[in-house]
Design a protein around this ligand. Sequence first.
Ligand code: ZN
Length: 181
Amino acid sequence: MASNQDLQRLLDELGRLPGIGPKSAQRIAYHLLEADAEEARRLAQAILDVKEHVHFCSRCFNYATADECPICMDSMRDRTGSYHGLYHVLGGVISPMDKIGPEQLHIRELLMRLGEEDIQEIIIATNPNIEGETTASYLARTIKPLGVTVSRLASGLPVGGDLEYADELTLGRAIEARRAL
Ligand code: ZN
């Protein structure tokens, strides 16, 4: 019966992952059961390697393998072109329904950066949906009094469309056509 317990343990762990319901957990578990040992080992190793080597940049919360990510460490950034500025990852959006307020996001750290770094403009790239709008207007209200320009990506992206899936060209155009808030 030990093997069934092992399978149940895998199902439980998979089911804990975001976006994976019991059905998906079952599909993945059966796929792994049928896959060769090498494929399963690669997956397990990839998870372990990420946990060991990758974390969040201490400055912008992007992925990093050192204390700061390559973008933050690159002092030559902030040039013309489509976008060569720095980043700051909020880690989510304000969503009262999900009990996520400004204090659950990396907004405090962003405000600290405004005091420490020479920042002229903040370009907000939240998604064009209600939570994204709420977050953008909160940021504009908070940051503009500090004398920093606040703009938002042009609506060149489909409403409800996810920035993560926007290709570089679309994103570049949205940045060029950004509008002040
Ligand atoms: Zn960084």
